[in-house]
Each structure stands twice: as C-alpha cells, then as structure tokens.
Design a protein around this ligand. Structure first.
Ligand SMILES: Cc1cc2nc3c(=O)[nH]c(=O)nc-3n(C[C@H](O)[C@H](O)[C@H](O)COP(=O)(O)OP(=O)(O)OC[C@H]3O[C@@H](n4cnc5c(N)ncnc54)[C@H](O)[C@@H]3O)c2cc1C
Ligand code: FES
Length: 256
C-alpha cells in the first residue's frame, strides 16, 4: 500500500479535558489521497526548524475525509510531542507519514471494546462496520464522562454501552467488569483497543470462550516502518514488528 509523506496544516484543535484533545490536519500538496483501513496509523513529526529533538510518534488515524484531504486524531497528552501538539496553533504545519501498518478485519456480529485513548481506534472501525450493515455492540470504558460525551457526539445514533471508573456514566468500574462482558461468548468477533492490561484480560476471555479477537497494540515505536526493530512483539511466527505486521493482531497469533 502506498505511503504518503506530507506536510499537513492544523485546521482544528480542541481539548476534551486537560488530558485529551482532538486535532484535525489538512494534507497539503497531495495528488491522490491514499486508501486508509480502520486501525492504521500515522507517524507525526514536527518540522526540524520547530524542534529537532522530538522523535516522530505514532497515532491512530481516528478518521479522515478524502474530499477535504483531512485526517483526525484523538490524542492523550503523556509527554513531549503530545504536549507540543496540545498547544499547537491552527495554521501551523506538521509532518505526517501515513497510512502505516495493518488494520482490522471486518466481521459481522462483533463486540467493539475501547478503553481510554483506544477510542481513537474504533471510530473508523465502527463507520466501516455500520456501512456494511453488520450487527455489533460497542462498549466504551473511560475514567470519567469525557470520552463518553465525545463518543456520543461522534455517534448520536448508536445505542452504546459505557463504563466509567468514577460512575459518571454507564456502569461504575473498569471496562472488563462491565456486565456485557459476561456474554462475550455470544459474539463472533471481539475488537479490543486500549491499555494492555485491559486487552490481555479480554484476550484471555476470548480464548476461554473460543471467540475470534483482534487487538490493536500500542508498543513504543521509533521509525514506524520496520527498520529499528524497537516495536517487536512475540508471536507464534516469531518476533514481529508491530509497526509493519500490526498494530492490529489476531490474538491467536500473539504470545503474551
Ligand atoms: C500504533 C500506535 C497508535 C497509537 N495511537 C494513539 C492515539 O490514537 N492516541 C494517543 O493518544 N496515543 C496513541 N498512541 C500512543 C502514542 O504514540 C504515545 O502516547 C506517544 O508516542 C507519546 O509521545 P510523547 O512524545 O508525548 O511522549 P514521550 O515524551 O516520548 O514519553 C512520555 C511518556 O509516555 C510513555 N509512552 C511513550 N510512548 C508510549 C506508548 N506508545 N504507549 C504508552 N506510553 C507511551 C513513555 O514511556 C513516557 O513515560 C499510539 C501508539 C501506537 C504504537
Ligand atoms: S518502529 Fe521501527 S521497526 Fe517498528
């Protein structure tokens, strides 16, 4: 699949709370917008003239608009680049390399699970599932109501399930303790995106009930295209790069 290295202008940026924000960028001087699969990601890099010490970082393409030539990201501030981007001004330019990695396989009768910034990975996935008229349930887990409100705005028509650790929306507690998880065996496929501890719990339940499961890994990356080997994950096929063979893996293939 053809990758694009391009300059992109920030056209929108707003905070959801002190930690999470949404950023929309318009790709500049692009002849043909590439095909993007749900689950694929972009490496974002600052101009060297702005800062040459911050490495490129990977972020899931939350969604895109081919006509406007825009990409949207949902980002949690954790360190240098994510702090820089939270304070970026509209009209500033950044650099993007996309689309990278392999995406999800679409299935009917699925349970889509997202915890925290994992919500970024399910927006495009759900849009694709809905466009195919597939049956699905979706459960979003969050510390508080912030990501619940964001998700409801993105999909006002979906009857989603929610869990929040502070009890401000949906069931109180962590996502893996939500009552829906008890009936995980009724689904043909489970998609899980979020903290590793959450995905591992979901994978072990899917293994127990023999349910097909895909997870999106967020291993630390540097190059993003299979050169530095810093993102390897143990699989039944040996060590594989998360950036080129993932970030989406079928859980059957992972040795966790
Ligand atoms: C394929 C992929 C998709 C991703 N998609 C998203 C997304 O859509 N939204 C989002 O908010 N984040 C996403 N991440 C995580 C994001 O890449 C990191 O949060 C980011 O690299 C941190 O950069 P920084 O310069 O702000 O932090 P740094 O200054 O480099 O590090 C600050 C702290 O964050 C930790 N950190 C660094 N990288 C990661 C990581 N990959 N996961 C967890 N902690 C990390 C470091 O250990 C350190 O403690 C994704 C990661 C991958 C691999
Ligand atoms: S990030 Fe360099 S090989 Fe995956």
């Amino acid at each position: 699949m053809k990758k694009v290295q391009a300059k992109a202008k920030v056209v929108e940026k707003y905070n959801l709370n002190a930690h999470y924000y949404v950023i929309k960028v318009k790709i500049l001087n692009l002849e043909k917008f590439p095909t993007i699969q749900p689950g694929q990601f972009a490496q974002i890099r600052l101009d060297y003239s702005v800062n040459n010490s911050i490495l490129p970082r990977p972020f899931t393409i939350m969604d895109y608009n081919e006509q406007d030539q825009t990409l949207r990201f949902l980002i949690k501030r954790v360190g240098k680049l994510t702090t820089y981007l939270q304070n970026v001004n509209v009209n500033e330019t950044i650099n993007v390399l996309f689309p990278l990695g392999n995406g999800f396989t679409l299935s009917n009768n699925s349970l889509v699970l997202a915890g925290g910034s994992g919500v970024a990975s399910i927006i495009l996935l759900l849009k694709n599932i809905i466009s195919k008229n597939f049956d699905f349930d979706v459960l979003v887990g969050s510390k508080d109501i912030t990501l619940v409100t964001f998700f409801k705005k993105e999909f006002p028509e979906i009857n989603a399930y929610f869990s929040t650790e502070d009890g401000s929306a949906g069931e109180k507690g962590v996502i893996t303790e939500h009552s829906l998880i008890k009936s995980i065996n009724k689904y043909s496929k489970v998609y899980a995106c979020g903290p590793e501890v959450m995905m591992k719990k979901i994978v072990s339940l899917c293994t127990l009930h023999n349910v097909d499961c895909e997870v999106s890994l967020e291993n630390t990356m540097a190059c993003g295209f299979g050169v530095c080997l810093c993102c390897v994950v143990k699989t039944i096929y040996g060590n594989l790069c998360t950036c080129t063979e993932g970030p989406v893996f079928n859980s059957k293939h992972l040795i966790w």
